[in-house]
Design a protein around this ligand. Structure first.
Ligand code: P6P
Length: 362
């Protein structure tokens, strides 16, 4: 990368990937997908930064039924735009195809919101991508993000061109636990655009340098602090939380009665990528427990929780479900299936786990 004004010389993501693939030839096949994701994230970053300037929130959107508040309209529009950008970037590689238009994934329960998740594949891999996580926050200038996870294809398709039965075959093959991932990551669109990724051997962060429009390495070997002093959850649901262990754990954190004897601070952005990025860098715990309004939480396992849990795990953190089981072993049964989740610093997670394992009577 070029260096100006005495700025430290930094390696670009493109060069990093080329070097990585030289050292790990088995990752050669992944490079294509990563370069496509990088290209899409650069474009989405532009879209996000200019959304307020170019998206006319008063104009009626042909698809939206409810645009009573402009926010909904531009949210929907940005969702769509970023999904299209990601789709085109993946197709541009010439090797990656989409499984089914996300609309056809309506096989889930009708009440589940069908976001623009993309399921893509090439000869070697299957990928799930959430192009715009947290889009509802966009109009308020709050961070949003792209999330992606890549699996090896367990078995080759009968033929390379996708057809109905092949789509079904691929949709079944993508339903794998996070532990099977080859690579995962996210891109956060905030005060800076940072692409955080893992290829299965550590976590690296690349910041978009607008001067050269390249992602450059800024966070080498990201390691989550052993313990933090922040808990991150939507407290609005606290009266409806179902898990006694979680409630007891949180009560002690608030009273400074936890292992660290410190009172924790509460931080909750409402964009999962933002809350996880802060947790990864500062430590602490992120939680979306089950509650009466949302018995499975509000986060889709396949394309939100699993890829982020894989990144947290690669950074030395932990991810659990409500029984204290490793979230990386939880296999999604349906594309949009949601799951309660806890993830964060290892010491905080071990402490929480001791409450989750306790029998309610103890
Ligand atoms: P709640 C955004 O809509 C999202 O999918 C995640 O990015 C975020 O963590 C979560 O939902 C917020 O859900 O129920 O707290 O509004």
């Amino acid at each position: 990368a070029s260096s100006s004004g005495g700025q430290k010389r930094r390696i670009t993501l493109t060069r990093f990937l080329s070097q990585y693939v030289k050292d790990h030839p088995e990752y050669k096949t992944l490079k294509n997908i990563y370069l496509a994701v990088q290209m899409a994230c650069k474009t989405i970053s532009q879209l996000v930064n200019r959304a307020g300037l170019v998206l006319d929130t008063t104009e009626q959107d042909e698809g939206s039924s409810d645009f009573s508040d402009g926010r909904y309209y531009s949210m929907k529009r940005l969702d769509k735009l970023s999904t299209t950008v990601m789709k085109n970037a993946l197709k541009f590689t010439g090797t990656v195809q989409m499984v089914v238009p996300e609309a056809k994934m309506g096989s889930e329960k009708p009440e589940e919101h069908q976001p623009g998740v993309l399921i893509a594949y090439d000869k070697h891999h299957l990928a799930c991508l959430d192009p715009m996580d947290g889009s509802g926050n966009q109009d308020a200038g709050i961070c949003t993000g792209t999330i992606f996870g890549v699996y090896d294809r367990p078995e080759p398709l009968q033929q390379d061109t996708s057809s109905e039965e092949d789509d079904q075959h691929l949709l079944e093959n993508i339903l794998q636990p996070a532990r099977n991932m080859r690579a995962a990551g996210y891109c956060i669109y905030s005060s800076a655009t940072v692409l955080v990724l893992t290829l299965g051997e550590g976590v690296y962060g690349f910041t978009l340098d607008p001067q050269i429009n390249e992602f450059v390495l800024t966070h080498e070997n990201v390691t989550i602090p052993q313990r933090g002093n922040v808990y991150s959850c939507n407290e609005a649901h606290s009266e409806g939380w179902q898990n006694e262990g979680w409630k007891q754990y949180l009560r002690n954190l608030k009273l400074g009665l936890g292992e660290s004897k410190k009172q924790y601070a509460h931080r909750y952005v409402g964009s999962m990528v933002g809350d996880i990025h802060r947790t990864l860098l500062y430590g602490g715990i992120f939680a979306y427990p089950s509650c009466t309004q949302r018995m499975q939480g509000n986060l889709q396992l396949l394309y939100k929780t699993s890829p982020l849990a894989f990144v947290v795990d690669q950074a030395g953190g932990k991810a659990m479900d409500e029984d204290g089981n490793d979230l990386l072993d939880k296999k999604p049964e349906r594309i949009h299936q949601k799951s309660p989740c806890f993830m964060g610093s290892p010491r905080d997670m071990d402490e929480l786990n001791s409450y989750l394992k306790k029998k309610p009577s103890q």
